[in-house]
Design a protein around this ligand. Sequence first.
Ligand code: ZN
Length: 313
Amino acid sequence: MSLPTLDPDWEVRAAAFQTLEWLVARHGPTLEWKDIEKGFEFKGQHLYFATKARGIFRPKEMRGAALSLKTIIPRGGRVARYEDSQRGEGVFLYKLQGDDPDNRDNQLLQQAWKLSAPLIYFCAVEVGVYQPLWPIFIRGIDRERLECTLTVDDEMLTAQERGVPMVADARAIDIRREYVTVRAKRRLHQARFRLEVLRAYEQRCAVCRLPRSELLDAAHIVADREEAGEAVVPNGLALCRLHHGVFDTDLMGIRPDGVIELSQSLLDTKDGPTLEHAVKSFHGQHLHLPRRREDQPGQRFLVERYERFRKVG
Ligand SMILES: [Zn+2]
């Protein structure tokens, strides 16, 4: 499946990818629907990336395969958290539209598969928020299960752009794409974790209350062992960049009762206002915790992390 130059729409795709790159540089890895629905420009025309109602989309200006796929969320529903954790480590699973694998929408996917056309996958992080993944390729279509497998790549249209035929080592390409897909899934997972943690803390640092989400991270209390279960809000803290750094280097610890402690070496250091006010003044203060009990830090995480802080200290 590596005959990329047959795709009649590759210039449109290139324009779409370029606009996405710009959007992500500007807004970060997750985009709100309002940013996606604005679409992109191609040779003086205005095209859409996707529409609200459809999962599989091809603008009417394109002739061949689909341009994008989007997670469909049932009305009033929630985004499934680990929709793909059961099967397919190195692939995303995507449900075909309806019950007929040959209906119009699904044919756009079949076309994409045939042409090895690079697509965009707007993967829902939560309702109205998507992480765009591209270029994404259809790896296979399972007519029985009514689903297809997708892999992401990190090389964009390079063969077309350079006008050279793609080296047809399909197995090597597959292996690379599986690897890139695993990484993409991890990023997706982190994006969800960040959104949930920042919301629980009302977009403020748990130490200093700094209210700018651009400067906030979702810190793990106990390091994420890349197991889905650990990236849960009770294992997270919203921290500004400065306090995240102080916490991650164990210069700051949090007692299981939520009181902030600084390491003796930091307390012994004398310096200007950043250290004195922005760091040392929080010694002995309480963390600002989420209102909802189920969002508050879990005791087992706090105890484990505090032990480490004591040991390092
Ligand atoms: Zn802070």
